[in-house]
Design a protein around this ligand. Structure first.
Ligand code: MF3
Ligand code: CO
Ligand code: CO
Length: 292
C-alpha cells in the first residue's frame, strides 16, 4: 500500500487519463493485468504449506523470490525506494511493510521478547507480493496463521476479508471511490474494529503506484467517479484496537500504536462495464483460507 505522501511518477502516456490523473485502460490491457495478477495469486497460494510455528519470514521471502524468478517475472518491490525483498510480511500488530528476515517486534500479547524472525504458534501474518509480468503489475496480499489462531484473531481476519469484498461490490461505473471507502468503513466499524487511515490502495497498471489514493473510509458519492478501464488496488488494513499507526526506526515497518492486532487483504481489480474484474483471484480458491 501507499503512504499518504507523494506519488510515483506515471511515465506511461498511452490512452486517456481523467482530470484526477486516473488512467483509463483499453480492453486488451485487462489480459495483461490478469496474467500478472494470477502469478501473484499463485505465489500466495503456494505459501500456505510453508507456514508453521518455527518457520522464519526470511525463508518465506526466499521462497517467494525463487517463485518469481522461476516464472520469468520480476519482483516489483526489490529495488523499490530502496526496499530489498520480494514481499512484505507483516506479523500480528505489524500493519504493513513488515521486512522479511528482520526481528519481529513484540506485540501486546507476547509474554517474551522476540529475538528473531521466527513465527510462533498463533501468530497471524499478511504476505504481500507484487510482480511485474510483461510490464504489468499484479499486487495482492492475504492473511495466514502459524499453528492455531485465537478466536479474536480469526474474527479480525474474517472481518478484514469481508470488508475488502464489500468494497469490491461497490465497484461499478458511476459509483465513486467514496462509495468503496464507505462500504468498507461502515462494515468494519459495525464490527467494533477500526480502519487504518495512514495507508491506502492505489491505481496501478504499467506502474506500481498511480493515482488515485484509494481510501478505505469515506462518504458516499464523494471522490472521483469510477469509469470502465480504471485499474486499482483495494487493500484495507483493519485493527482490533485503535486505528493509529507508527513507522519503526527501520523506516518501513508500520505497527499499531496501541500494539493491537492488525490484518489486511488486497486485490488488484479493473472496472468493467457492469462491475469489477478481480485480477488476483486465487487459482486454487485459497484467497480466504479456513482457519483452525
Ligand atoms: N505491495 C505494497 C502495496 O500494496 C507495496 C510494498 S512496497 C515495498 O502497495 F517496498 F514495501 F515493498
Ligand atoms: Co498495493
Ligand atoms: Co501489496
Amino acid at each position: 500500500m501507499k503512504r499518504l505522501l507523494g506519488r510515483d511518477v506515471n511515465e506511461q502516456h498511452r490512452g486517456r487519463q481523467t482530470r484526477d490523473g486516473i488512467r483509463i485502460h483499453e480492453t486488451e490491457d485487462f489480459a495483461g493485468m490478469h496474467k500478472a495478477g494470477e502469478l501473484a495469486a499463485r505465489i500466495l497460494d503456494a505459501m500456505a504449506e510453508h507456514i508453521h510455528p518455527g518457520q522464519t519470514t526470511g525463508e518465506l521471502d526466499r521462497i517467494i523470490e525463487e517463485m518469481v524468478n522461476d516464472a520469468g517475472a520480476k519482483s516489483a518491490t526489490i529495488g523499490y525506494k530502496g526496499y530489498r525483498h520480494a514481499s512484505c510480511i507483516s506479523v500480528n500488530h505489524v500493519v504493513c511493510h513488515g521486512i522479511p528476515g528482520s526481528k519481529l517486534p513484540k506485540w501486546k500479547n507476547d509474554t517474551h521478547p522476540r529475538t528473531d524472525d521466527t513465527l510462533k504458534d498463533g501468530d497471524i501474518l499478511n504476505i504481500d507480493v507484487t510482480v511485474i509480468v510483461d510490464g504489468w503489475y499484479g499486487d495482492t496480499s492475504r492473511m495466514y496463521v502459524a499453528g492455531t489462531p485465537k478466536p479474536y484473531a480469526v474474527r479480525l481476519m474474517q472481518v478484514t476479508h469481508d470488508s475488502l469484498m464489500k468494497g469490491i461490490e461497490a465497484v461499478r461505473p458511476g459509483n465513486t471511490f467514496g462509495d468503496i471507502g464507505h462500504a468498507i468503513q461502515t462494515y468494519v466499524e459495525e464490527q467494533k474494529m477500526s480502519v487504518v487511515r495512514d495507508f491506502c490502495g492505489h491505481g496501478l497498471g504499467r506502474v506500481f503506484h498511480a493515482p488515485p489514493n484509494v481510501l478505505h473510509y469515506g462518504r458516499p458519492g464523494t471522490g472521483p467517479v469510477l469509469e470502465e478501464g480504471m485499474f486499482f488496488t483495494i487493500e484495507p488494513m483493519v485493527n482490533l484496537g485503535r486505528p493509529e499507526t507508527k513507522v519503526l526506526a527501520d523506516e518501513w515497518t508500520a505497527v499499531t500504536r496501541d500494539k493491537s492486532l492488525s490484518a489486511q487483504f488486497e486485490h488488484s481489480i479493473g472496472v468493467t462495464a457492469d462491475g469489477a474484474e478481480i485480477f488476483t483471484l486465487s487459482p486454487a480458491g485459497r484467497f480466504h483460507p479456513t482457519w483452525g
